[in-house]
Design a protein around this ligand. Sequence first.
Ligand code: ADE
Ligand code: ZN
Length: 322
Amino acid sequence: MTPKIDLHCHFEGTATPSLIRRLARRNDINLPDGLFNDHGGFAWTNFIEFLNVYDLASTCIRTRLDYRDVMYDYLKSCAAEGAVYVEIFSSPDHAAATGMSYTDHVEGMAQGIDDAERDFGIIARIIVTCVRHLGPKCALDVANAMVSDPHVYVVGFGMGGDENQFEVADFLPAFERVSNSGLPTTIHAGEVNGPHSVASALDILPVSRIGHGVRAAEDLKLLERIAKTGQTLEICTGSNLALGLYDLDSHPINTILQAGCRVALGSDDPPYFGTSIGAEYDRAQNHFGLGSHGIARINQHALAAAFCDEATRQKLRSRFAF
Ligand code: ADE
Ligand code: ZN
C-alpha cells in the first residue's frame, strides 16, 4: 500500500455519526436536534450549515477519554488505509464549550496518539486552531493558551471557521504570538473565499502553509508567487467536491501542480464529506491522473511541510522509497 500523509484534518470533524452516538450514550446526554439526516449522516447542505452541525456534534465530545477515543478511532482508520503520519487540527474553543480545559483536551488526544502508535505504528501530531468567526480575541486566547502550556505533540497553530468573517490582519496578534514562540502556522484561505484571501494571508501572516488554498488557481500570478515562495497548499479534494466548490472535472489540482506549487493532501472532515485519506490519494492518483510519480512528489512535499520535529521527519522518511 502507498504510504500516505494527512496534513489537513479536523479532530472534531473526524468523529463518525456512530462514534458521536456512542459518546452521547456514554456521557448520558441527548443527541442535539438537527444533527443527523434521515440516512443517519450529518445533516448539512451548505458550508454554514456544515459549520453549525459540526459545532453540534462536537458538544458530545466532552471528557479526556472522549478525546482519546476520537483520536484513536481516526488514526486506526487512517493506518488501515496506509497512512503513516497525520496532523490533526484541534479546537480548544470547542473543548471549552463543553467545559474541558486546554490541558485536558490536549492530554486526552495525546493518549489517543500514543495508543494508536503502539497498536498501528502510525504517528500523529496536533495543530491547535482558533475559529475565525469567533473573532480575534478568542484567537489570541487560544494562541496564549498554547504558548504558555506547551506539549511535545502540539507542533503548530492554525485557523479554521468562516473565512468570510473579519480581516486577516485582525488575527496578526494571535499568529505573531505563536510564531514568536518558534512554532509554525497555517490558515484556511482560498476555500469559500477567493484568491485575495490567500494573498492577504501571505502578505500579512507568518504562515508556511495554506489550508486548502485551491481558489488561488483563479489567479495565475498568485500561483506563480506561491510556487516561488514555497508555501505548501493542503488540498482536500473530497471536501471541495462535497461543498460544491468544484465538480470532478473542474477541480484545479492539476493547474496548481503545473504552476509548480507544493501540494499535500488532507481529508478535512471525512464523515461529513464522504471521504478518507485513502480516498484522497486514490482520487489524486487515478482520477486526477497524478500516477505514482505525482503521488511520490506529493509525499515529498507533505513530509517537508510537516510541522513535526526533525527526528520524527527522519523516522518518517524511512517509510518512503525516496
Ligand atoms: N472547520 C472544519 N472544517 C472546516 C473547513 N473545511 N473549512 C473551514 N473551517 C472548518
Ligand atoms: Zn479544514
